[in-house]
Design a protein around this ligand. Sequence first.
Ligand code: SF4
Length: 234
Amino acid sequence: MSGSSDAVEYLESLALFEEDIYLPRKNLVVPQAERSPKSLRVLNGAVEPLPESLSAFEKQICECTRCELGKTRTKFVFGDGSQHARIVFVGEAPGHDEDHTGIPFVGRAGQLLNEMLAEIGLDRKEVYICNTLKCRPPGNRDPLPSEKETCRPYLRTQLSLISPDIVVCLGKHAANELLGTDEPMKDLRGRVIPWEGMQLLVTYHPAYFLRNMTQKVHGDADFKLLRKLYDQLP
Ligand code: SF4
């Protein structure tokens, strides 16, 4: 090969390399129709056949009273965001503000979550946010095992309909619920865990950082890992 063709090859490879570097920011929201049908995952425990959309599913279950929490809630809290989001955040259960508005993560913890998303260049509208339970346990007590079991198919169906690439568990309860493990947070966070054909990350609930701001450094590291994973998505 001549010196000039070597130079041309080198310049072409540089151009390719630069294209990789300067790729425009990819869309977090990929229309379901543009995804391979194989990427739609029907998760074990989901309601089958799947409803036609998230909004259809919300209408179907919004008056649920299958467990006692249905009798004490103010509002049913389904979830917030796009059905086509590539990242889904899962918290534990609605708190006081969520119970009154019907929207997840709207109080101080929700504000902090929005800020942490902004710090890694993501907008809340581009992701989907929900909880393992759709109704508030009175006084923010821990959900009972029977309540978690009764509500479980609803979250599974949401995840099946959205079919995200990445699931982020916010707090121990969400991690334990999805992974079926009692491992402590310190052993779960900071790792990419393959789960049901997706990549799962575990980090602390933002409410924990509000009580222990010195610990937010761990959340920042977890969100940086999330951004890295997102940037590596095809
Ligand atoms: S917590 Fe879940 S199962 Fe219980 S009433 Fe609410 S939606 Fe139904």
